[in-house]
Design a protein around this ligand. Sequence first.
Ligand SMILES: [Zn+2]
Length: 315
Amino acid sequence: MASSHSWEVPDRAWDREIGPVDVPPDWDDVEGGSDDEADLSILTEEECQEEFSKMLTEHYFAGKLSARSTCVIAYWAQRSGLRGPAVELAMPPTSASGHFQRHLDKALGLKAHDEKLCKIVMPCYSKHSACRDSREICVLPPHEVLYEEVQQQPSMRDMLQQKIDTKEWANVYANHRVVLDNPGEEVYPIALFVDGVPFTQRDSLLAFYSYNLLTGIKHLNAVLRKSQICRCGCRGWCTVSAVFRFLAWSFSCLASGTFPANDAAGNAFTAKDGDRFARSGQTLGFRGAVVQVKGDCAEFSHSFGFASWKSNQFP
Ligand SMILES: [Zn+2]
């Protein structure tokens, strides 16, 4: 339900009047109230129901509401006559404590893509023990999402050839080892993009995207909460390097043009891995060459571990 709306483009009039859609209005901070700026009386009953649902899920994702509170608020609202999408979140307060999280995961569609996700274990910082710990995060291998994209667009091969003929890309593509070693093969130029994304006042995310330069469609591959990045003195490198190792594994599959027989940690796929086991060693039908790594200055000095502009060793 929440995922049915674009994160970037406000699709309703009051979103544009109040503020950007990715910054939820904080009613307590608005001096004199927002009623002077936006006429909320024009909203229909359905729009109000949708807004209630959006606000409830945003507070849940921001950590302001527990799974239990979210379900119970929706329950009492439903019992008071509320209709609309928030009703799917409702659970009575008498439910067993472990059921609230499972119910929310299902209602919000958070488990809908489990088969596509891989899990990797990485070092992290635990605020509960205030020391180094490890945790499992879900990631999407670039070679799998880019394979799907190529499958869905059969015309990409012709588009690729056209770009090569017109020398659309810089020499970094033409001189790339994967391109030189595989003349006449379908080799797509791939970019890695790393970006910081604030999601609450106190915390932000570090997001890793990959995309095919031919289409520019960004695929989100991994997300780290900055508050959970390792603080053992490594400046976060313990955690970030685990993501880079995962990306290196997937980019090697793109370079070799084959589905891997082992996961990112080197463990061989077995029958319980489903499609990944069935496709082990099979060809992707194309190759990918990583020709760009993009991010802002902060990411290059922090996430990539390069010297910052303040460093004495800066060239
Ligand atoms: Zn560390």
